[in-house]
Design a protein around this ligand. Structure first.
Ligand SMILES: Cc1cc2nc3c(=O)[nH]c(=O)nc-3n(C[C@H](O)[C@H](O)[C@H](O)COP(=O)(O)O)c2cc1C
Length: 179
């Protein structure tokens, strides 16, 4: 699939068929995520692949009752590995780069999933501590996104975007960027 087609065609999917996802496909998603850029190529992100029904339900509960998450056959939790980035960048690595490294990986994963005919949704509304307890995450792993992955149960509606002109500031005719 053309990259622009993937970027503009992807939508958040919030209903999933129960059909299982082959392990090779899950690996392709993880590989796509891992090819995302990262600060200093430290790749400060780790992935937790969840298939257990009980754990999926607890993740849905930790996400303030977004139960559609638990319908998906697989959930991938993307975590920022704070210490991996801090090793090189100290506080900026811990508080910023690790999170950006993880976020870039998330977007790659969503696009790759769409290109493979799968639906995903970036879930960011959750109780960090509950997710950490549910997955027994060590302190240096901060959950960034919970991503349910499955074949779409229904087609999502298109979502609007703010026109580019309203959010872009250019240097034109000698005018300052902001007036
Ligand atoms: C940081 C972040 C957090 C999000 N959290 C949630 C969430 O908790 N639940 C949800 O249903 N969608 C969540 N979304 C998905 C957005 O609602 C969705 O991307 C947006 O409405 C645009 O729709 P689209 O993805 O279909 O283009 C989140 C997206 C981002 C980037």
């Amino acid at each position: 699939m053309d990259v622009f087609q993937a970027i503009t065609g992807r939508r958040s999917v919030r209903a999933f068929k129960p059909d299982p996802i082959p392990e090779e496909i899950i690996n392709r998603l993880l590989e796509a995520a891992q090819w995302a850029p990262s600060a200093g190529n430290m790749q400060a992100r780790d992935f937790i692949v969840v298939k257990d029904s009980d754990v999926k339900l607890r993740l849905a509960e930790a996400s303030w009752g977004q139960y559609f998450i638990a319908e998906a056959p697989v959930i991938i939790v993307v975590c920022a590995n704070l210490e991996r980035s801090a090793q090189r960048y100290g506080e900026r690595g811990r508080s910023l780069y690790a999170i950006l490294d993880a976020a870039a990986a998330v977007e790659n994963m969503l696009l790759a999933a769409y290109a493979l005919g799968l639906g995903t949704c970036w879930i960011g509304a959750f109780d960090d501590d509950r997710v950490k307890r549910t997955l027994s995450l060590p302190d240096h792993l901060k959950p960034i996104a919970i991503i349910p992955v499955g074949y779409p149960g229904r087609q999502p509606r298109p979502t609007p975007r703010i026109p580019i002109d309203r959010i872009t500031y250019r240097d034109r005719y000698g005018n300052p960027y902001f007036r």
